[in-house]
Design a protein around this ligand. Sequence first.
Ligand code: GLU
Ligand code: MG
Length: 473
Amino acid sequence: MTRDDNNNRADDLASNLAGQGIDTLLVQFTDLLGVAKGKLVPLHQLPTVLASGAGFAGPSIAGTGLGRNGPRSEYYARGDLATLSALPWLPNMARIVGSGFVDGEPFEGCPRQILSRQVQRLAERGLQLQIGIEPEFFLLKRDLGSNGQPKWSPFDDGDRLAKPSYDLKSLPRQLGFLQALRSALETAGLTVLQIDHEDAWGQYEVNFEHDEVRASCDHLMLFKLAAQHLAEARGAIFSMMAKPFADQPGSGLHFHVSLWEQDRAGRATHCVFDPKAMGQREGAGTSPIDPAGHLSTLGQAFIAGVLDHCAALCALAAPTVNSYKRLVVGESLSGTSWAPAYVAQGPNNRTCVIRTLPGRFEWRLPDASANPYLAAAALIAAGLDGIDRQLAPPPATTDDLFTQSLAQILARGIPLLPQSLSEACDALAADEVVSGALGPVAASQFLALKRDEALAYARHVSSWELERYGAWF
Ligand code: GLU
Ligand code: MG
């Protein structure tokens, strides 16, 4: 598209939005920690937002490492016209997603630019990654407990089934929120596929249609903006922390991943993970690596790379100290947390970090607090490394790993995921492929922020410690 075409398209879109009564743009970007940030700009400023971007003080944004003065102190979120859409829950407003620019150049530490670099690497090979992101989340409330300390609990006091998965008693009580969310997302251009009550009290999942990887990440951020706003309007706290309650499952952010050949116009043509599309029909039923014949040789190499870099990927996909309370095998209300703990893959096996399906795989590692752009960028880098090194994944696991003892798992040579944020940070620092995908700015900033977070947590004396040890010795 020429610059004139682009300007004409921008003019058309702006007058269409103005016709709907929209007069304000929310220029939104995502910081290194995965939090939506931005500012309000009058709609008539759209040409400037597209040409140079909305300006921000760089050092005020988490994880930029930018200085307080000079040309490299200003961070510009330059709008991507493809993301422009009305925000039905915010009257008169439309969102445009920005990528970071500094001193006129793409900012290497911007999460969306980091993903764009990996998307570009794929495009150079004629490939396109598509993902469907599955956010799980809680609706919570925060009261003062009888001891005067804040007490967090599920928003809905009636939501207390012993086995809460797919609970149709509690779900209708949140219909006001869930239907408003669905309608907001659909009006903003997403295709909502399904909504359910998940396996914890106050926990839900909303699925929308998969898309090209960067578009999917933009959609997830749109979902978060909408859900946060609509929950708050009803007095609830929308939470995407990984594990709010120790005895209940945490919130995953599973990625359904497929790789496609794309044509010159950037349209996906056929799935290169699909063995049939790749003329590899005979694999099914014969290979111990892929007994169901789900993935082409290329798909197997991709998941081999993801498994090989699993420990470093953990830092990005499970990025808080709380994340490591989700990634354990443990009892919960329904008997399992369904969260991965082992580095394994298997056909339709939800007890592995990679669950293979026909022509795609589900990456079950990410939790709801992950920055989707960073997790997706790291996933691509790991998968491409598997392809380039022609790696083969370990044999498929076809049994239920959650029934195995730790000793049995280790005897089978199945590695464990990192057990803490510090361990995951060490793995990230040591992994040139994954930290290389972030680039030096984001890698060092991310590690510094996350090591601080791990240290603050380690230094904190919790009420659990006082209860356990206070009167013990
Ligand atoms: N909540 C689980 C997790 O933390 C996943 C449950 C499911 O498979 O939907 O990953
Ligand atoms: Mg789920």
